[in-house]
Ligand binder design. Structure first.
Ligand SMILES: C[S@@+](CC[C@H](N)C(=O)[O-])C[C@H]1O[C@@H](n2cnc3c(N)ncnc32)[C@H](O)[C@@H]1O
Length: 277
């Protein structure tokens, strides 16, 4: 009885589609109706509300609105991720891009690298980036390397900051890296100081008109995020990424995403890897 889902009528579904789209950019198609009910019913009960209309009013009423929008966003995001997800991206970094950046630094003297993991979820992506980057740059001196890892979902971001993963979740991490970069804590592995020192975790909504980062990035990872956005939202976000990338900077997207319609701005290099024109 306690876990029973509440009813969401057509009008309420439309209101929630609108508010979720406005606040997160996530387009909830009609197929997602059950998902909204399942994910939000618990929150309604926690607030002692009995209809979605009451919850909608609560969301729009000051003084709750800001805090509750965060709760709503935390519940509607999909956070699936993995260490070394889409491994070919990390192979490309290790075998092609990083050796090239290191070789170029010998002539241009640039020893600064900025990477952004946009939509970092529980941290597996930025920690993988950190491992691969440390491997590629070991033996190199004087480099200033930073990874910015951002997400809208504050609860998942907290997990990323804690950086503690059950042993099973670390199975894609090569054993050698696991021993080198993580600390075993019983049935868990905790990201070690070497990885953490490269990464800054921040809350950031990709729907914001502008982003606060002043310096452009060499590399942006935004994988399996834009898949939830409609065409207009994707286009606007990619234009913002374009502005935040260095010329010839690289952008990596998810396996089912494409930038082929933006050839004037992003040159296709290989599967889901593009370079700013
Ligand atoms: C499916 S996960 C992908 C994680 C990782 N990039 C990967 O490929 O494994 C998508 C992440 O995007 C985040 N996200 C969705 N909408 C967002 C928005 N408007 N701003 C920032 N992050 C968002 C979600 O909270 C979620 O953690």
């Amino acid at each position: 009885m306690f876990n029973q889902c509440l009813d969401l009528n057509d009008r309420e579904f439309q209101l929630f589609q609108e508010i979720i789209y406005r606040e997160t950019g996530i387009h909830m198609s009609d197929k997602k109706r059950k998902l909204i009910v399942a994910r939000l019913s618990k929150r309604l009960r926690a607030l002692n509300l009995s209809t979605f209309t009451e919850y909608y009013d609560y969301l729009n009423e000051s003084p709750h609105s800001d805090g509750e929008i965060v709760n709503l966003a935390n519940r509607v995001t999909t956070n699936k991720t993995d260490f070394f997800r889409e491994r070919h991206h990390f192979d490309f970094l290790l075998r092609e891009l990083y050796p090239r950046i290191i070789a170029e630094s010998r002539t241009n003297g640039v020893r600064r690298l900025r990477i952004w993991s946009a939509g970092c979820s529980s941290g597996e992506e930025p920690y993988t980036l950190a491992m691969v980057t440390l491997e590629a740059f070991k033996g190199e001196r004087g480099w200033d390397i930073k990874i910015l890892a951002t997400d809208l979902d504050t609860e998942i971001l907290q997990k990323a900051v804690i950086g503690m993963y059950p042993t099973q979740a670390t199975s894609p991490v090569p054993r050698e890296f696991l021993h080198k970069y993580f600390v075993r804590k019983g049935e868990h592995y905790e990201a070690g100081i070497g990885l953490r020192s490269l990464i800054a975790f921040r809350k950031l909504n990709l729907m914001d008109q502008t982003f606060p980062m002043k310096n452009p990035f060499d590399i942006i990872f935004c994988r399996n995020v834009i898949i939830y956005f409609d065409t207009k939202t994707k286009e606007e976000l990619l234009n913002k990424f374009h502005r935040h990338l260095k010329t010839k900077g690289h952008i990596f997207i998810g396996h089912s995403e494409s930038l082929m319609h933006m050839k004037d701005r992003f040159r296709y290099l290989k599967h889901t890897i593009y370079q700013k024109v």
